[in-house]
Design a binder for this molecule. Structure first.
Ligand SMILES: [Zn+2]
Length: 203
């Protein structure tokens, strides 16, 4: 009995000490986690270059266009949360680029814009379309969701078969969307079997 009592009286204070030290321990681990993320983020920023002023202006015009077309949430994220860089940071260099236009590092909210974004995209609308895709990644969306969102919203954006159907970017993005979301292209009554296309196929 005396052993049991002794045991109880010695273990409770020990438990109390542990509980008392818990918030301090959680804070320490949290701080280490935040510092690690910060160092990682800074390494991504310092191993890449900022946009030139003309490139920044081009991005600003594309974001404004997104806002005008009703994509206010995406425009807000791109304007206030994203950090734009030109060419790859060390992490992008390790991974295969998803496309030739842009890449996003989530959750660091860094968007890298490649030369094709400025040179191959024919106008601000095409650049807005690419930013609409990357904005989905800023929200943590998958590749499939990003392609689907753009494809389903291309009429709202003003980037359609009629306005841009012959550009290299339109053709490339259509092929990539077919790859990622084949179920969008199963409507035989619509032009090119595209369920999102309002133009009907000729029979
Ligand atoms: Zn993507």
């Amino acid at each position: 009995m005396s052993f049991s009592v002794d045991n109880t009286t010695t273990s409770f204070p020990h438990l109390r000490d542990l509980i008392r030290a818990l918030p301090e321990k959680i804070c320490t681990y949290l701080l280490i986690g935040i510092l690690t993320l910060l160092i990682f983020y800074l390494s991504l920023i310092t191993t890449s270059q900022p946009l030139s002023s003309s490139e920044s202006q081009s991005v600003a015009r594309a974001i404004s266009l997104l806002e005008q077309k009703g994509f206010r949430g995406e425009a807000f994220l791109l304007r206030n949360v994203a950090t734009f860089r030109r060419w790859d940071n060390w992490l992008n260099e390790l991974a295969e680029s998803e496309n030739a236009y842009a890449a996003t590092n989530f959750p660091f909210e860094i968007i890298t814009l490649y030369p094709d974004f400025f040179e191959k995209a024919v106008d601000d609308t095409e650049r807005a379309m690419i930013l609409l895709h990357e904005a989905q990644h800023l929200k943590g969306a998958s590749e499939k969701t990003a392609y689907e969102t753009v494809w389903r919203n291309r009429t709202k954006l003003g980037w359609t078969l009629i306005s841009h159907g012959v550009t290299e970017t339109y053709v490339t993005i259509e092929l990539q969307t077919r790859e990622h979301s084949p179920e969008l292209f199963t409507c035989s009554k619509n032009l090119w079997n595209d369920c999102t296309e309002s133009l009907l196929a000729r029979k």
